[in-house]
Design a protein around this ligand. Structure first.
Ligand code: ADP
Ligand code: MG
Length: 366
């Protein structure tokens, strides 16, 4: 449905230097999927999205939607934004305060090139409002809507033209935490029900994990990893991704030997020896970083009868309701373990930490 091929975008800055906002961005999105660009502020998410919309002209590359070339530097093609059949919702979605709900949603139909009849407009608007569960509120003043309803109205306005591609730039960031979580589910359901191909931009990793079929993790204009939420969470390609997605512990070490199990390596770390998985082809002697998620640190008082066991001491405890976050100290290293609140030994207790080999991920330390 969408192909972005080797897209670069450079801006001149005030000092006359070049800002490489997007560098060699390539990805494809299948029909009906929700694809997320995830990364910290300034990494190039909005630039990429605006380039797809045609609001920015890339410096080079190619953008194809539904088999139609919208931009190609080689073939000197640039299709204007209003000819692209793309709907977009920005972070600062603007609801027209002097219009009611119906007129807000009808706005794109009224200003577009195509002239629709009164009946056509009514049909399209009611369908879009129904999709976002705002039916019955057509004559309500837009400013009298709640934050979540205004957000849905912005979405209805993007949907009213029935675009083949929907672009959402941090659409939930203006909402409070509770509403944001609820809207997450609503967005997911809506996107799936409508089957509309969607590119979603966020800096919020939990939002990305919850919503996406596939995620591109970005840093400084580059895509660092492309994959499903599970792939990215369980098998981060590098230290940046492991650190950015969720919480993780890092242990520096080096490879002492290859494990008998293919893809696994024996690693010496300051707090003990571990066997870890790696997607990379690492060599003996190579410096690595081992990433271990807090929920994969299994603590016990008795030494478990297995491999990959470290000795540690309870350092600090934080009660979080469903879980207990425990800092454990091994050698001089503090690590975070997330455990069931029923297991709550006193600070200072000696414990054993067991980590499954599959849950130790070795990353080349570059
Ligand atoms: P994100 O959406 O991930 O926060 P952006 O795409 O907005 O990142 O910005 C990426 C980089 O490009 C940043 O360094 C930003 O300062 C720069 N940038 C964005 N828009 C412009 C512009 N119009 N002119 C100059 N630099 C820009
Ligand atoms: Mg942005």
């Amino acid at each position: 449905m969408l192909i972005v091929k080797d897209m670069c975008k450079e801006y001149p800055n005030d000092q006359g230097q070049v800002v490489r906002a997007a560098q060699h961005i390539s990805f494809e999105v299948a029909q009906g999927k929700l694809f997320t660009l995830l990364g910290p502020s300034g990494c190039g998410k909005t630039t990429t999205l605006r380039s797809i919309a045609g609001l920015e002209k890339p410096s080079s590359g190619e953008i194809i939607v539904g088999g139609r070339v919208l931009y190609s530097s080689d073939r000197k093609i640039f299709i204007a934004p209003n000819q692209r059949d793309i709907g977009m919702v920005f972070q600062s979605y603007a609801i027209w305060p002097h219009m009611n709900v119906f007129e807000n949603a009808a706005f794109p139909l009224r200003v577009g090139k195509v002239k629709y009849s009164k009946k056509q407009i009514e049909d399209k608007v009611l369908r879009a409002l129904h999709a976002v569960a705002l039916d019955g509120l057509e004559s309500r003043e837009a400013t009298k809507l709640s934050g979540g309803q205004q957000q849905r109205l912005a979405l209805a306005r993007a949907l009213v033209m029935e675009p083949q591609l929907l672009l959402l730039d941090e659409p939930l960031s203006n909402l409070d935490a509770k509403l944001r979580e609820r809207m997450r589910f609503e967005l997911k359901r809506l996107q799936r029900d409508l089957g509309i191909t969607t590119i979603y931009v966020t800096h919020d990793q939990s939002e990305a994990l919850a919503l996406s079929n596939e995620i591109a993790v970005m840093k400084s204009g580059h895509i660092m990893q492309l994959g499903s939420p599970r792939e990215i969470y369980e098998h981060p390609a590098n230290e940046f991704v492991a650190d950015f997605i969720g919480t993780t512990n890092f242990l520096k070490g080096h490879i002492t030997s290859l494990s008998e199990r293919s893809g696994y390596f024996n690693i010496q770390t300051p707090i003990g020896n571990l066997t870890a998985f790696s997607g990379e082809s690492l060599r003996v002697g190579e410096a690595v970083i081992v990433s271990v998620r807090p929920e994969n640190m299994h603590l016990s008082i008795e030494r478990p009868d297995t491999t990959n066991v470290l000795q540690a001491e309870i350092h600090t405890k934080i009660f979080l309701g469903e879980t207990l976050d425990m800092q454990v100290k091994a050698a001089d290293q503090i690590m975070l373990a997330r455990v069931h609140p029923n297991f709550s030994p006193h600070v200072g207790t000696h414990v054993y930490v067991h980590i499954d080999e599959e849950k130790c991920i070795a990353l080349s330390d570059t």
